[in-house]
Design a protein around this ligand. Structure first.
Ligand code: SAH
Length: 408
């Protein structure tokens, strides 16, 4: 059955830029100006964490079950293309309410005969205690064990479909092994640094307390270079205003190293651009745009993901694919066929209308279809066959989503 989520579409659209999400605000704890990344860091997710209709933003998996199902099929198709390894870790970064994992696990269950010889486990990287509780209820019915002694995880449980699930605060705590990583609306939530090119060179945009207005924050330019201007601006940068998320860079480096060493793939889906946009930092509260400088800690702060930066940070350790627009990715994954099947199977008009409405939200170029993108990290050998004398002419199967899905 379709997931019914009334109102989500209208509200997100009214906000103008799709559902917001992001880093987190807390007033500068220091005296004097500080980088955006330091002033607006952890706090929102650990305290408020508003995913869903009643929160500050709504995400694709919350809009339609089809989204997660197609991502589940993407993993199965990559697992098959990579020769069906006998263990598979699904590692999700920032799982929100756990809806996406739930939808993926349903697909894994439906395709249990395909996966029968594979030892599947789920690993969730989540900093928010509140959201990890919600995920535990959603995925295990709340039957979890906190602080298991034998694991690097802070919590573990068994999914309703019988798959072991572990929770961690950091990707580095996830055990090594053949893994499929997923980051949906995760990177946009991480804190950014903002920079401006001036006549005197690059300057960092800092956050300061306004001396004229009590309790009001303001943006100021650093009077001279900062360590960040020296470390985070690429020498070939042509833009005058740049936002950089070094934490995203570090995480992509880790993902690329792990995939290079142990195999697997990473699928990143987020709103973003390929190194072209300049000022995207913004806040959302109750589905409406919100001044990033007011009431710190109460709004979802976000910046578009710069996929060109993520590609650079993979440092050639893996191949990269994309970014490709969400509507193209989902179309390649067969969303139209899936919609037809759901429409045929749904008896009532309200459900059918809801299915069409959520399809429109995900696919319409003016809604989420164009501004959301998919990007993947894959081992080089997945795209280019290393010289093999025995099979010189056999082509590698295309990567679904970035090409049309061919399930054999
Ligand atoms: N992927 C989900 C939710 C996205 S919201 C969806 O699409 O619906 C961002 C998620 O990232 C939240 O679960 C938040 O708590 C988590 N998060 C934010 N910063 C994090 C960090 N540094 N490490 C791990 N998780 C983080």
């Amino acid at each position: 059955a379709a997931r019914l989520r009334s109102g989500a579409g209208g509200e997100a659209e009214a906000a103008g830029a799709g559902p917001g999400r992001g880093g987190c605000a807390s007033a500068p704890a220091h005296r004097g100006p500080g980088p955006c990344a330091a002033c607006f860091s952890q706090g929102y997710y650990t305290r408020r964490g508003g995913v869903g209709d009643s929160g500050d933003f709504i995400t694709s998996p919350e809009i339609s079950q089809v989204f997660g199902e197609l991502i589940g099929i993407w993993y199965i198709s990559e697992w098959m293309a990579m020769g069906k390894p006998n263990t598979l870790q699904l590692v999700e970064l920032g799982p929100g309410r756990g809806t996406l994992t739930e939808d993926i696990l349903r697909v894994f269950k439906q395709l249990a005969s395909v996966l029968s010889k594979c030892d599947v486990s789920v690993h969730l990287v989540e900093v928010s205690p509140k959201l990890s509780e919600i995920q535990a209820v959603m995925l295990t019915g709340g039957k979890v064990q906190p602080n298991p002694e034998d694991e690097s995880a802070y919590m573990k449980g068994i999914s309703k479909t019988g798959i072991p699930i572990f929770w961690y605060r950091d990707i580095q705590d996830v055990p090594p092994g053949y893994s499929f990583y997923l980051a949906h609306e995760f990177f946009d939530a991480l804190p950014i640094h903002k920079f401006q090119r001036t006549e005197k060179g690059w300057r960092e945009v800092l956050v300061d307390i306004d001396p004229e207005v009590p309790d009001q924050l303001r943006f100021v330019l650093s009077p001279s270079r900062t360590p960040a201007t020296q470390n985070f601006i690429q020498p070939e940068e042509t833009r005058d205003h740049v936002e950089v998320c070094p934490e995203a860079g570090v995480i992509v480096q880790r993902l690329a190293s792990r995939i290079e060493k142990d195999g697997g793939a990473a699928l990143v889906a987020d709103y973003g651009h390929d190194g072209t946009k300049t000022d995207t930092f913004r806040g959302f509260r109750n589905h409406k745009l919100h001044d990033v400088l007011s009431a710190p800690g109460t709004a979802d702060l976000t910046a578009d993901v710069d996929f060109s930066y993520l590609r650079k940070m993979a440092q050639g350790k893996t191949a990269t694919l994309g970014p490709i627009k969400q509507r193209e990715f989902l179309k390649n994954m067969g969303i139209d066929l899936r919609l037809q099947v759901l429409l045929q199977n749904s008896g009532d008009t309200a459900t059918r209308e809801q299915l069409l409405h959520s399809y429109d939200m995900l696919m319409n170029p003016k809604k989420m279809g164009d501004c959301f993108n998919f990007f993947a990290l894959l081992p080089h050998h997945r795209l280019v066959r290393p010289d093999k004398k025995d099979k010189p002419n056999s082509p590698l199967p295309p990567v679904a989503g970035f090409n049309e899905l061919l399930l054999k």
